[in-house]
Design a protein around this ligand. Structure first.
Ligand code: UDP
Length: 352
């Protein structure tokens, strides 16, 4: 029995770390890691393999392209060649990135059974590349592991489990497993005073100059009232340099996971457009402002733990002022119980 995990992005390394170790501990199958190289720097990739004690990837692709369509095309081809050679039988993909997209097509073309973790997420915004990746990954997968019951119901409403494929499986969120299992770096104390932990990197927020400027201006304004600290995603850093925007809030290089967990836990509020960071804000019981008109995790907004806003200076500042008045109902099981990896292992043991 053989499983190949196909990953390429920061959040995928974190989810992989939890699942890889659980599968290894239960000796369910031989595991291979294929890294597409989508995130390849030490700070976006290497540090996660080191800190989370993951073995080096068995297969490391090096697709040079920064153009997303060429990346998908070339990566699909290379993954297809690897799968044709390895014939793993089972492929596990994570989330909604271009790596997920390429891996889904390659697995389907080579006849591997595709398992998708984080299935059933929908924002309804087909202009966002992630939404296309989600639809494609779910449609090509045979097995769907869902983080929330809302995701499971979304899939059922689309016909998964009846007209299409077997029933989706509610496992809970591997990100919650990671959050509960991986200790934070207690020595990491970025600021003593109350502060806002912030990350911004979504294409619609950084590639549209007007949106990026509006967000930066709002964060500059906010920083006069409360320190705003942003570990900068390399894409955001590049765009800020290109637009020549002036920044007065505090920036720092991307953090490793244990530092990031400490950073969120010590913050008073979170502002983010990251699916992962908004869930971690929820796990840490921090009110969050999600800078997305259609949030990836509407469950968090419905629970009263977060608000959304458009990438607009006034909208962001006004929404932030309302964060302190939220009366959240943090529901323990919204993202499962922190045993998603065991649920997936149970399913794999029965099905492989
Ligand atoms: N993260 C991190 N260091 C950072 C920023 C994020 O370790 O400087 C972690 C974060 O805690 C979460 C994951 O990366 O676990 C989220 O990844 P990202 O925001 O890149 O992607 P998304 O979740 O939006 O797909």
């Amino acid at each position: 029995k053989q499983i190949i995990h196909i990953v390429g992005n920061r959040p995928q390394f974190i989810k992989l770390a939890v699942l890889y170790k659980a599968i290894a501990a239960r000796k369910i199958a031989r595991q291979l890691i294929l890294h597409t190289g989508q995130h390849h720097s030490q700070e976006m990739s290497g540090v996660f393999f080191n800190d989370l004690a993951l073995p080096a990837p068995d297969i490391q692709l090096q697709v040079e392209n920064t153009d997303p369509d060429l990346f998908i095309a070339h990566t699909t081809r290379q993954i297809q060649q690897c799968l044709a050679q390895e014939k793993p039988g089972t492929v596990i993909i994570y989330g909604d990135t271009n790596t997920t997209h390429a891996a889904a097509i390659a697995a389907a073309r080579t006849g591997q059974l595709l398992h998708h973790f984080e299935a059933g997420v929908r924002t309804g915004d087909l202009k966002a590349p992630e939404e296309i990746n989600r639809l494609l990954a779910d449609r090509l997968s045979s097995v769907h592991y869902c983080c929330t019951m809302h995701n499971l119901q979304t899939l059922k409403a689309e016909g998964f489990g009846t007209a299409i494929t077997a029933s989706p499986v509610f496992t809970g969120d591997l990100m919650l497993d990671a959050y509960l299992k991986i200790p934070e770096d207690v020595s990491f104390r970025p600021e003593t005073a109350p502060y806002v932990a912030c990350t911004i990197h979504r294409a619609e927020n950084i590639l549209v100059k007007k949106n990026l400027e509006a967000i930066i201006n709002a964060l500059n304004d906010l920083h006069r009232q409360i320190p705003v600290i942003v570990p900068l995603h390399p894409h955001t850093q590049k765009r800020i340099a290109e637009t020549g925007a002036t920044i007065s809030f505090r920036v720092m290089p991307p953090l490793g996971y244990p530092q990031m967990k400490a950073f969120i836990k010590q913050a008073s509020f979170v502002i983010t457009d990251s699916g992962g960071v908004s869930r971690e804000a929820y796990f840490a019981e921090k009110p969050s402002l999600v800078v997305m008109e259609r949030p990836v995790w509407p469950e968090i907004i419905r629970s009263g733990a977060g608000l959304t806003c458009a990438p607009d200076r006034d909208a962001l500042l006004q929404a932030f002022m309302r964060l302190a008045q939220l009366t959240p109902g943090y529901e323990a099981a919204l993202f499962g119980y922190g045993n998603a990896a065991q649920h997936i292992c149970d399913h794999l043991s029965d099905s492989l």
